[in-house]
Ligand binder design. Structure first.
Ligand code: FPP
Length: 257
C-alpha cells in the first residue's frame, strides 16, 4: 500500500498537465523494452554528426528511466548496442562504447537515490575494458537496490542468445542433468540471458521503423508492440505515457478469446 501511494504521489507530482495521457497505476506494464532508434537521423536533420544523436539519446535514457521509475515499472530494457552494431564505422562504435563511462559517473548518484538497479543483457566478451568497467561498477554499486531494474542490452543479439541457449541445453542433456522429454518453454527460458526477468509486456520502437532487429525474439512472443515516428532523442515522457495508455487499452489474449 505504501509503495502504491509513493508511486501515486510521485506520478501525480510529475504529470499534472491537463493533456497528459491517463494511466491506470494498477495496470502499468511490469517490463518495458525499448528499441532506441533514430539517433543518426535526428542528428542529420540538424546538420550534426551522427554521434551527436547518440549523445542526445544517452541523455534521454535517464529521462525515460525516471519516468518509468515514477510509474512503478519493474524492468526497463534498453537496446543500447547490438551484436550487428559492430559493423558500423569504427569512430561511431568507439563513441558508443565510451557512453557508459560518461553516463554512469554522471547519473549513478541519482539512480541510487531512486533505488534503481543496473543490469546488463549481452556478452562481456568483445567489449572494451573501459566500457565493461563502467557498467560493472554501476551493477556492483546498485546490486542491493530493489526498485526499477534498468537493463542495458549491450553487445546483445537474440538469435545468438537462442543458439547459445540451445547449445548449453544440449550439453546439459548429454551430461544427464536434463531429460529431452522434460524440455519445455519454462526450461528454455531459463537458458536465456534474461532468465530472471519477466517477459516484456510492452515493446516500444522509435523512429518509424517497424521491425524487431534481433531484439528479445523469444521473450517478445506475447508482448504488445508500439511504434512512434519520433526519433529517440526527441522521445518524450508524454509519448512514453501514450505508449502505456495504449497498452492499457489493448486486450491481451495470449492466443485465447
Ligand atoms: C540506433 O539509432 C541507436 C543506437 C545503435 C545506439 C543507442 C544508444 C543510446 C541511445 C545510448 C545508450 C546509453 C548508454 C549509457 C549505454 P541509429 O544510429 O541506428 O539511428 P538511425 O537509424 O537514424 O541511423
Amino acid at each position: 500500500m505504501f509503495k502504491f501511494l509513493k508511486h501515486w504521489f510521485r506520478f501525480k507530482a510529475s504529470h499534472t498537465a491537463a493533456n497528459s495521457p491517463q494511466i491506470d497505476l494498477d495496470k502499468v506494464p511490469a517490463h518495458i523494452g525499448i528499441i532506441m532508434d533514430g539517433n543518426g537521423r535526428w542528428a542529420k536533420q540538424r546538420g550534426l554528426p551522427r554521434v551527436a544523436g547518440h549523445h542526445s539519446g544517452m541523455k534521454n535514457v535517464k529521462k525515460i528511466t525516471m519516468a518509468a521509475n515514477d510509474l512503478g515499472v519493474k524492468v526497463l530494457t534498453m537496446y543500447a548496442f547490438s551484436t550487428e552494431n559492430w559493423k558500423r564505422p569504427k569512430d561511431e562504435v568507439d563513441f558508443l562504447m565510451k557512453l557508459p563511462q560518461e553516463f554512469f559517473p554522471k547519473e549513478i548518484e541519482e539512480l541510487i537515490q531512486n533505488n534503481v538497479r543496473i543490469r546488463m543483457t549481452g556478452w562481456k566478451e568483445g567489449l572494451p575494458d573501459y566500457t565493461l568497467k563502467a557498467i560493472e561498477g554501476a551493477i556492483e554499486r546498485t546490486k542491493n537496490n530493489t526498485g526499477l531494474i534498468l537493463n542495458f542490452a549491450l553487445n546483445y543479439g537474440s538469435r545468438k542468445e537462442i543458439m547459445m541457449g540451445v547449445q548449453e541445453m544440449i550439453r546439459d542433456v548429454q551430461a544427464g542433468k536434463l531429460q529431452t522429454e522434460e524440455l519445455d518453454e519454462a526450461i528454455f527460458s531459463s537458458y536465456m540471458l534474461t532468465s530472471e526477468l519477466p517477459d516484456p509486456d510492452l515493446l516500444i520502437r522509435t523512429s518509424g521503423e517497424l521491425r524487431l532487429s534481433n531484439f528479445l525474439l523469444w521473450q517478445l512472443a506475447y508482448s504488445e508492440l508500439w511504434f512512434t515516428e519520433a526519433y529517440w532523442p526527441e522521445f518524450t515522457e508524454t509519448l512514453f505515457l501514450e505508449a502505456i495508455a495504449e497498452y492499457q487499452r489493448r486486450a491481451r489474449r495470449y492466443g485465447g478469446i
